[in-house]
Design a binder for this molecule. Structure first.
Ligand code: AMP
Length: 249
């Protein structure tokens, strides 16, 4: 079974992003970029499936600028066997990424695609669902456990108020939630080994995909600054404030 893992290059989760003064977006010049954390979980899960003997090959794919190669090298240091870069400088929205991934799926013919549940930059939570719709494949989003046996995947999903376990016929789409696994540390020997693995480069034109944006960002602004809290003397003072200032009781 071949597993395809789409990985996105995003601003590192430790970076406090700043909004551009013209409100057109966030400033990513000279900012540390890393693999989207949910995608690390996806690569880890695919690697574990290979280690268990359920998968035979793990292929990472990234869509975006040339520097996405670094993200693919990290995926290969975790355990992916090889990579595909769909290289473009164009701004990619989830629908465009889903169309590019559909074209890669048609070329690679994987039985399972494991994506992150969302990218921490746009927080869209759309690509996996759109890819499932475009391919007409079953999907299990927000996975916290994945078991593959034969041509079936049993996936436990995190839903409001509990866990849901569903069974999917492969080929299928899975998106990862935080508790699915804890990605391994990337070791130096594995980083060195990853340098020798292949990255095939394609373009949206070669895949016949139009990536023109369908959505327009009107503006991006900082959230309102939170005002400082106050310490109240006792419970009656708290109740008074809740009643007369916050007017919530
Ligand atoms: P989103 O729908 O943007 O929140 O992204 C959900 C998931 O889709 C991510 O966790 C990735 O697995 C995948 N994805 C999104 N954008 C890209 C991209 N440019 N290249 C590869 N995978 C992507």
């Amino acid at each position: 079974m071949k597993v395809l893992v789409p990985v996105k290059r995003v601003v590192d989760y430790n970076v406090k992003v700043r909004v551009k003064s013209d409100e057109s977006g966030v400033d990513i010049a000279n900012v540390k970029m890393s693999m989207n954390p949910f995608d690390e979980i996806a690569v880890e899960e695919a690697t574990r499936l290979k280690e268990q003997g359920a998968a035979t090959e793990v292929v990472a794919v990234s869509c975006g600028v040339q520097q996405c190669q670094e993200t693919l090298r990290t995926a290969m240091a975790i355990g992916a066997d090889r990579s595909v870069l769909v290289q473009t400088d164009a701004e990619l929205q989830p629908l465009a990424v889903a169309k590019l991934l559909k074209a890669v799926v048609e070329k690679e013919a994987p039985q399972l695609v494991i994506l992150g549940k969302q990218a921490i930059d746009d927080d869209a939570n759309q690509t996996g669902q759109m890819l499932a719709a475009l391919l007409n494949w079953p999907q299990a989003t927000f996975a916290s456990k994945v078991e593959v046996s034969g041509d079936t995947a049993k996936v436990t999903r995190e839903i409001d108020g509990g866990l849901e376990t569903i069974s999917l016929k492969l080929p299928a789409i899975v998106t990862t939630d935080l508790r699915l696994n804890e990605p391994r540390y990337v070791t130096l020997p594995n980083i060195m080994k990853a340098k020798k693995k292949t990255i095939d480069t394609l373009t949206p034109d070669e895949l016949g995909v139009d990536v023109a944006p369908r959505l327009k960002t009107l503006k991006v602004t900082e959230p309102p600054v939170r005002s400082a809290g106050v310490v109240v003397a006792d419970v009656p003072a708290l109740v008074d404030k809740l009643k007369n200032e916050a007017k919530v009781v």
